[in-house]
Design a protein around this ligand. Structure first.
Ligand code: FE2
Length: 386
């Protein structure tokens, strides 16, 4: 995150004595990123965060790649993924490269009797359906439809769903997920031309200190494996913290679209960036208002980037037969464009209700077995007029 936040009690000066009412020291932990070169936070624990009781047998959750080299447009119906009671089991990875993995999850809201930590990747959980609270050591984040939940790697969390019907679009980034640099001034503040600002960011709140001893299971994901750890104290035992490194939420409904007289290019929709990819939000907006404008996009060749769209809601202007939760992949290397009739159909239309999340990876995606089970095998032929 690009700005400072703090919750709870912290000492006046870092790295100095900070004592509990009984006279014992709180345990200070520096959580830093990119070595010691990027943003960080300081957390004050009731107990050291190192009290490992047991490490269980690790197991693999490595995605099984079915297509290593792909040059075909694909369409997947992700709402065909069967709901799963357990949160971790519900996560299905669909496309992968060395920079990021994307997938979906349909957890049924079963209470998690464990905590989860992704030690490899920052996570973006886009909430398509469902609501609840993400509990972390930094505090709680209440979420609902349309929220991008950003969890920096290393953040131990537990999701409490209020709903049984939940659909998440999941992105794991092996580099930090950030706001685009061009939206920020040299102090990190979001500038006037940014489609959102700090007021739109929801921060952790209601810090509760769980000063508890027992057996606390933390499932740690690292290098495609889950390592079941058991700790002797509750992972959310902070009395306070401060810094720039913490989870937060941005709602897609707070993205203010940039419109123009003629079709605006995808970067105006950009919301996040990571090393090797961008995330864009396509939101309800006024269409282009040049008297001869064609609101549907032109055909385009992403020479050096695949393009993935996750369709959330509304009528998607450039595509026919699109359902909620559908994913299309248009690979770099071949052009794609509006479906037959879509360009003519868009002329004269004044606004759109479309809502979609786009992920453009700069390196080609490999396609998993789980993705192939969801695909429409004839999608790549869908631009033919017949
Ligand atoms: Fe496109």
């Amino acid at each position: 995150m690009a700005f400072y936040h703090k919750l709870g009690k912290i000492p006046q000066k870092r790295h100095t004595q900070f004592r509990k009412p009984d006279g014992n020291l709180y345990s200070e932990e520096l959580v830093s990123t990119e070595g010691f070169s990027a943003i960080y936070s300081l957390i004050y624990h009731a107990h050291p965060p190192t009290l490992v009781k047991e490490v269980g047998e690790p197991y693999s959750v490595e995605p099984k790649v079915a297509i290593e080299k792909n040059l075909k447009s694909l369409s997947l119906r992700t709402f065909d993924v069967k709901p799963e009671a357990d949160y971790l089991k519900s996560r299905v990875t669909l496309m992968v490269n060395n920079d990021l993995h994307i997938g979906v999850a349909a957890p049924m809201g079963e209470k998690m009797d464990y905590f989860f930590k992704n030690a490899d990747a920052d996570e973006m959980l886009f909430v398509h359906e469902g609501e609840g609270t993400v509990h972390t050591i930094y505090g709680d984040l209440d979420f609902e439809y349309g929220d991008y939940i950003i969890l920096p790697r290393g953040t131990i969390y537990q999701i409490e769903f209020k709903t049984e019907k939940n659909r998440l679009f999941v992105l794991e980034s092996f580099s930090p997920i950030r706001f685009p640099k061009r939206y920020q001034n040299d102090q990190g503040q979001l500038m006037e031309h940014s489609p959102f600002c700090e007021r739109d960011i929801r921060l952790p709140e209601n810090l509760k200190t769980h000063d508890e001893h027992g057996d606390f299971k933390v499932m740690i994901k690292k290098q495609g494996m889950i390592f079941p750890y058991t700790y002797a104290t509750h992972p959310f035992d902070a009395i306070g913290w401060d810094g720039y490194h913490y989870p937060y939420i941005f709602s897609i409904h707070n993205f203010e679209p940039i419109t123009g007289r003629v079709h605006q290019p995808p970067p105006v929709h950009q919301t996040f960036s990571g090393a090797g990819f961008v995330v864009c939000s396509f939101c309800p907006r006024k269409y282009d208002y040049h008297p001869k404008a064609i609101p549907a996009p032109y055909n385009h060749s992403n020479i050096d980037s695949d393009e993935v769209l996750y369709y959330v809601d509304g009528d998607f202007m450039s595509r026919n037969n699109i359902e909620k939760g559908q994913i299309t992949l248009h690979p770099g290397g071949i052009p794609h464009g509006p479906h037959p009739g879509a360009a003519e159909r868009s002329i004269g239309v004044e606004d759109t209700e479309e809502l979609a999340v786009m992920v453009d990876p700069y390196r080609p995606f490999q396609i998993t077995e789980a993705a192939l089970a969801l695909q429409d095998p004839d999608y790549y032929l869908s631009w033919l007029n017949h």
